[in-house]
Design a binder for this molecule. Structure first.
Ligand code: SAM
Ligand code: SF4
Length: 327
């Protein structure tokens, strides 16, 4: 299927991230604002059939990869039905989860051939996990990560690094790659509505690499897959690898092929885009949303919704909170 969703820079968009819900069983402070969010009305959230329909339309326009996210995608009711239907479309299906409910779905993932899974794990310390997520699920998440690795899934661990919170653990995460075939994905702390972002708290790509090179001498670059959002490395002799998502200090926008769909059916061209295109209302009115998708992508800016230099609070504070975008 030829990629038809092209922006004004000629970038084909073939990767759709669908948020299934703005609900979550954790409260990570960098994602969910301290005072919570105004939850979406249930009637405004895409039904499973609507998600499948929209996914089919994107597929007909050349999308070949779909990542399910949220909020926490696995809290969505009847997600097993949705996963089966999306897998039947023949797209490359992936998921990002906090891991709490993973044990219930490992057999299903095996059955439908869902192989790539990102699990958020910011710390290897139980008390710190409670501080970051405000909920006590640490052991359950760790057990589920082990089960996911044992079941043969390609596991990436997403680690958002925050100074004074978990930056001392960078090399502990690297040590995990010695005997485990996992990839650690260190993510620079990004600004969204209400998450009290301040780059003083962020840890840059350079700082991460310097910290790792101090302890591990044999850091090797590995080939980055096309459209990768991370620069990737491994330690010679380790089974696993690591990558850095440097959205703040070294954005990877030039080859961007990603589109987002929020749980209430709004197309977002970029994580940082304040403008959205409502697809759900016209879909419910039986209108053809293909032209809306093709027009919307033409408004995509080259990088970070136009914040090519400094990140501007008057822009990102108008965005949604990460939990209701779908990371
Ligand atoms: N609940 C699932 C999870 O935590 O994996 C999926 C949704 S979560 C919004 C997706 C990813 O976004 C997680 O890996 C999370 O760590 C990351 N994330 C959330 N807020 C972020 C921020 N302010 N900066 C960087 N990454 C963030
Ligand atoms: Fe929930 Fe994921 Fe956000 Fe944490 S990062 S609050 S697990 S959606």
């Amino acid at each position: 299927m030829e990629a038809q969703i092209k922006d004004q820079f000629g970038r084909p968009h073939t990767y759709l991230r669908i948020s299934l819900t703005d609900r979550c069983n954790l409260r990570c402070f960098y994602c969910m604002p301290e005072n919570g969010i105004q939850l979406m009305e249930k009637s405004n959230i895409m039904s499973l059939e609507e998600i499948i329909r929209i996914a089919q339309i994107y597929q007909s326009l050349g999308v070949n990869t779909i990542r399910l996210t949220g909020g926490e995608p696995l809290v969505r009711k009847n997600i097993d039905y949705l996963i089966r239907q999306l897998a039947n479309l023949g797209v490359n299906l992936k998921i990002t989860t906090n891991g709490i409910l993973l044990d219930k779905y490992l057999d299903l993932f095996q059955e439908v051939g869902l192989k790539q899974i990102n699990i958020s794990l910011d710390t290897l310390d139980k008390a710190k996990a409670l501080f970051i997520t405000k909920r006590d699920y640490y052991h359950r998440i760790m057990d589920n990560i082990q089960s996911a690795v044992d079941s043969g899934l390609h596991v990436k661990l997403n680690v958002v690094l925050i100074k004074g919170v978990n930056d001392q653990e960078i090399n502990d995460f690297i040590s995990l790659t010695k005997n485990n075939p996992i990839a650690i994905k260190f993510i620079e702390f990004m600004p969204f509505k209400g998450n009290q972002w301040d780059w003083e708290k962020g840890v840059s790509q350079q700082e991460i690499l310097d910290t790792i090179r101090e302890k591990f001498k044999a850091v090797e670059a590995v080939d980055n897959p096309a459209h990768s959002t991370s620069v990737n490395f491994r330690i010679k002799g380790h089974l696993g690898s690591f990558g850095i998502v440097s959205t703040i200090t070294n954005p990877f926008c030039s080859e961007c092929n990603r589109i987002r769909l929020t749980a209430d059916g709004k197309m977002k061209n970029c994580l940082f885009a304040n403008s959205e295109t409502d697809l759900l209302t016209p879909l419910r009115e039986n209108k053809d949303i293909r032209s809306l998708i093709l027009e919307s992508i033409k408004t995509k800016k080259f990088s970070r919704d136009g914040m090519e230099g400094k990140l501007d609070p008057s822009v990102y504070e108008k965005n949604r909170s990460m939990i209701s975008i779908g990371g």
